[in-house]
Design a protein around this ligand. Structure first.
Ligand code: HEM
Length: 539
């Protein structure tokens, strides 16, 4: 109900802001055109002046259409560009999109003071209005990068301890949700995306904040709502002319205030941790804590320790960045399990043969067939069409190509590259075991663990892991590549493994559209349903 209400409010605001911005840009360009009176008019110049508003209108209309058909527009431009960089216009900005590894390396080599991931993230999230007045700096690392160390090192090393708890909790949640699902036309019918997002939210809360907060219903409700509210507020503000941002941003954040509930819950906990840490240094006995709140605090710069407030802001950003993308990616992998049922038995056998104990001890690294299946699913249905977004803090030019001005973005054509025969053989075909090691596949086929038909015969595809960053753009690039990817991969395996071992699965309508686009992103429809039959019933 709340979601529906906030969606309607935001929809109206988006509509109003769209009209306002079209008028704003239209008037601006008309003024600009009429003020250019230095040259004498010629017939062709008069004609082009007359046509300029039409061309401008077309360009602006296309930029606005990007909101609902961004992935298509990027793909169209990608196909035309044939590997060269190209520009796309969005309502409030211009993106330079690259698709060669040479250019991607150039982006990675640029210092943070020139190309900034944080600057782009700030534009997407509008933290001043969506994160209880927190205003990030544009430049990454200016206040240390404790969150990166927390995720890449501490959380990843802690996976063998936390994965069993996550699996137990997720299994219980799935059972509870399944039991509550309605029977429609005589068949129990389950909406997949709500199951996924609730499970991922709980897993992340457990891993990041510990068990106590997972039990806090008010907090969990606000934390789940926060993601939608952030996207809605940020979208409205991105589309409005800058002069309207402050009053409208303040108004929206006062109405959609889940971030305040999160802040008010986390702040006393972070303050207590700082207090405990100070006591520990003086030799007092304090509880041993192993969660992201603790690790962020301990990894902050020693010379300038972070305040409780600063720690909480970082955790809120972590929450936003981790729940949404993981839920959407795993949801499309679940759809793929329903659409390619021939993979179900081999994947079940892999999980049941290796066992969860081995999985936990490996920190989520085992199950190579499932790993490959997830990678193929994300390759063919990537949630994000672009990756490696960087905002120019100073003008930036590719070695042999176009230049971008301050404020414009450069990014990579992640989806285009993943679906291009130059990078992946037979790119339109789904081969769930495309990325598995060929010798592993041969031996599994020999032992009849997988049918020979599922061993792909592809020429230029090499074995690689889901978390690798060298052959695709899912996780971004180099020093900024996603530090949460080992955790994300492990949690996705747990979720898919639980669905595989608990249920036989079938989409209620396998031909129905399963997602819609907003900007560069695709979102799964909440209403996509599946018939899940508990395996003991099916037997
Ligand atoms: C399937 C799930 C996920 C995908 C596809 C994904 C993808 C990405 C991408 C593309 C980037 C930007 C990298 C760049 O621009 O070079 C990124 C950054 C980041 N991700 Fe993820 N991510 C996922 C899950 C997670 C999770 C679960 C966490 C936390 C545990 C996380 C934490 C972060 C953080 C903190 C950054 C910013 C890194 C920095 O500032 O250097 N992500 N992620």
């Amino acid at each position: 109900m709340l979601l529906a209400q906030s969606s309607t409010q935001a929809f109206e605001a988006i509509l109003l802001s769209s009209v306002a911005a079209v008028l704003f840009f239209g008037i601006q360009s008309a003024v600009h055109a009429s003020s250019d009176k230095t040259r004498a008019p010629s017939t062709s110049r008069i004609l082009s002046l007359c046509l300029a508003p039409v061309a401008l209108f077309k360009r602006r209309a296309r930029a606005w259409m990007f909101l609902i058909n961004g992935p298509e527009q990027i793909q169209e431009a990608y196909d035309k560009a044939k590997g060269k960089p190209f520009f796309v216009d969005v309502p409030e900005n211009r993106y330079l999109v690259v698709s060669s590894w040479k250019h991607i390396k150039e982006i990675d080599a640029a210092p943070d003071s020139v190309l900034s991931l944080q600057g782009a993230a700030k534009e997407i999230l509008q933290p001043k209005y969506t994160m209880s007045s927190f205003n990030w700096l544009d430049k990454r690392g200016a206040e240390g990068t404790p969150l990166i160390r927390t995720l890449r090192t501490m959380l990843t090393n802690h996976l063998p301890d936390v994965l069993p708890d996550i699996r137990r909790a997720m299994s219980g949640l799935l059972d509870g949700m399944y039991a509550s699902h309605p029977v429609i036309n005589g068949v129990k019918t389950s909406q997949l995306y709500p199951m996924v997002i609730k499970s991922i939210s709980h897993s992340n809360a457990l891993a990041f904040f510990g068990e106590d907060l997972v039990k806090n219903e008010k907090f969990m409700k606000a934390a789940t709502l926060f993601i939608e509210q952030t996207l809605l507020i940020a979208e409205v503000l991105r589309l409005l002319p800058k002069s309207f941002s402050n009053p409208i941003g303040k108004f929206l954040s006062s109405r959609l205030n889940s971030s305040k509930i999160i802040f008010d819950t986390l702040h006393p906990i972070a303050a207590e941790r700082i207090d405990e840490w100070a006591k520990a240094k003086l030799g007092y006995d304090v509880p041993e804590r192993k969660d992201c709140i603790q690790w962020v605090m301990e990894s902050a710069p020693k010379a300038k320790p972070w305040t409780a407030e600063r720690i909480v802001y970082e955790l809120i950003a972590l929450w936003f960045g981790s729940v949404h993308i993981t839920s959407t990616t795993v949801c499309f992998a679940l759809h793929d399990l329903c659409l390619h049922p021939e993979y179900v038995e081999p994947l079940r056998k892999e999980i049941e043969t290796a066992g969860w104990d081995k999985f936990d001890k490996s920190g989520g690294k085992c199950f190579p067939l499932l790993d490959s299946f997830m990678k193929e699913s994300a390759r063919l249905t990537p949630v994000e069409s672009v990756s490696t977004r960087r905002m120019a803090l100073q003008p930036f030019q590719l070695s042999d190509g176009p230049k971008i001005d301050v404020g414009q973005w450069v990014c990579t054509a992640a989806r285009g590259m993943m679906n291009d025969a130059a990078f992946f053989a037979s790119p339109d075909e789904f081969h769930g075991f495309r990325f598995a090691n060929p010798s592993l596949l041969a031996s599994a086929a020999e032992k009849n663990l997988i049918p020979a038909g599922l061993v792909p015969e592809l020429t230029n595809s090499a074995a690689s892991a889901f978390t690798d960053i060298s052959d695709w753009q899912l996780w971004g690039t180099g020093k900024c590549a996603c530090p949460g990817r080992y955790y994300a991969s492990a949690v996705m395996k747990i979720m898919l493994g639980l669905f595989l071992t608990k249920y036989d699965m079938q989409l209620t309508d396998r031909d129905a559209s399963r997602h819609f686009a907003w900007r560069t992103f695709i979102y799964p429809y909440e209403g996509t349903t599946a018939i899940l039959t508990p395996r003991e019933e099916a037997a």
